[in-house]
Design a protein around this ligand. Structure first.
Ligand SMILES: NC(=O)c1ccc[n+]([C@@H]2O[C@H](COP(=O)([O-])OP(=O)(O)OC[C@H]3O[C@@H](n4cnc5c(N)ncnc54)[C@H](OP(=O)(O)O)[C@@H]3O)[C@@H](O)[C@H]2O)c1
Ligand SMILES: *[C@@H]1O[C@H](CO)[C@@H](O)[C@H](O)[C@H]1NC(C)=O
Ligand SMILES: *[C@@H]1O[C@H](CO)[C@@H](O)[C@H](O)[C@H]1NC(C)=O
Length: 322
């Protein structure tokens, strides 16, 4: 009986380990000398590990962080670990759309190139932003949509260039409802739901972006990094913290979690897979709503409306999207 129990437990652990821990490495040795990479939220977790790897490949790496002290300390670490001194901090708060616009202005002034844009920053958080939108929706999706939109004029002349967006397998629990997606939420459960919705929006964004960038040689990819021990999994209610502590041994470290992002940023010959969703350095089929081209087009127009990038009237658009 005891042996059976032990075997079952070992089996369960092996299964957990297989699903959560085992990961494919990005094996290419592509050099990024002369290239400029921009990473949002590169001061910790997956983004920081990605920054170290790309800096080692010789890229000029710009970290776009919301906090100066955390950003500076990360720049120090990344320079030291990579031996590359061209790692630079710029301030960007995705929870504030004016900060996105100001960031792009100074970026375009000081940086002549942009070869790889990595939309990595993310939160699991309820409440609303200064712009009155759902936190996860704005930080994870809408602000990155604006950032990408405003940086296309730098990406296009640098082609072949790439956009990599950190999504998540949590998108399988997500849905896009234009009536609620941008509204603030309260409580942990709602926050997780809205996180999943925003990660679905990330994949849908990549799909439409690829369509719109056809023949520009700017390609884009959505990535599930795997489940990673990161800050995103910290500041939460006690039961969540307990759950996360229990599965922590099975979670990936930042470096392992960064592999598929690094792969999509550097691997040669994947351009024909632009617009796809990658897990463990391979294209995977995301959830059905993530493959809906009509939804992708609608979400694009919806974002443009929220951001005031279109001229058409808001009510008419809402009715059409309803
Ligand atoms: N961890 C996982 O298991 C997992 C699984 C699937 C997908 N992902 C995705 O992978 C990405 C990175 O996750 P992670 O685990 O590395 O997260 P993390 O350790 O929590 O780091 C998140 C990063 O985003 C930054 N950030 C948060 N709000 C911001 C804002 N308003 N403006 C600018 N930057 C902001 C954070 O900056 P501060 O340090 O200032 O807070 C931090 O640098 C996220 O998009 C996440 O959704 C993670
Ligand atoms: C935003 O708020 C609405 C309303 O509470 C919620 O249903 C939705 O899931 C939230 N988040 C996102 C990203 O959709
Ligand atoms: C895209 O790349 C191909 C192959 O390198 C090249 O022939 C073509 O001119 C490029 N197109 C643009 C719009 O840059």
């Amino acid at each position: 009986m005891e042996a059976l129990g032990t075997a079952l437990l070992l089996g369960l652990y092996a299964l957990l380990y297989y699903y959560l821990g085992v990961a494919t490495r990005c094996r290419n040795a592509v050099s990024l000398r002369g290239k400029t990479v921009l990473i949002t939220g590169g001061n910790t977790g997956i983004g920081k590990a990605t920054a170290v790897d790309l800096a080692r490949r010789g890229a000029r790496v710009i970290l776009a962080c919301r906090n100066k002290a955390r950003g500076e300390s990360a720049v120090y670490d990344i320079r030291r670990e990579s031996g590359n001194s061209e790692v630079i901090l710029m301030i960007l708060d995705l929870g504030n759309l004016n900060s996105v616009r100001a960031f792009v202005q100074s970026f375009l002034k000081s940086e002549p190139r942009l070869d790889i844009l990595i939309n990595n920053a993310g939160v699991v958080k309820g409440g609303q932003t200064i712009d009155d939108f759902n936190q996860s929706f704005q930080v994870n999706h809408l602000a990155h949509f604006l950032l990408t939109h405003l940086l296309l004029d730098r990406l296009k002349p640098c082609a072949p260039s790439r956009v990599v967006i950190a999504a998540s397998n949590m998108h399988f629990f997500g849905k896009i409802d234009f009536r609620t997606i941008y509204k603030p939420v309260e409580g942990m459960w709602q926050a997780v739901r809205s996180y999943s919705n925003s990660k679905l929006a990330n994949i849908v964004h990549v799909r439409e972006l690829a369509n719109r960038l056809e023949r520009t040689n700017v390609t884009c990819y959505a990535v599930h990094p795997g489940f990673v021990q990161a800050k995103i999994t910290h500041s939460h209610p006690r039961w969540v913290a307990w759950l996360l502590r229990t599965i922590k041994p099975f979670l990936r470290d930042g470096k392992t979690g960064a592999q598929t992002i690094i792969y999509c940023a550097t691997e040669e010959g994947i351009e024909r897979l632009s617009g796809r969703y990658f897990v463990d350095c391979q294209p995977k089929v995301p959830s059905p709503p993530a493959c809906d081209d009509l939804m992708a087009e609608k979400l694009w127009e919806f974002n443009e409306m929220l951001l005031g990038l279109t001229t058409s009237d808001r009510k008419g658009q809402m009715r059409r999207l309803g």
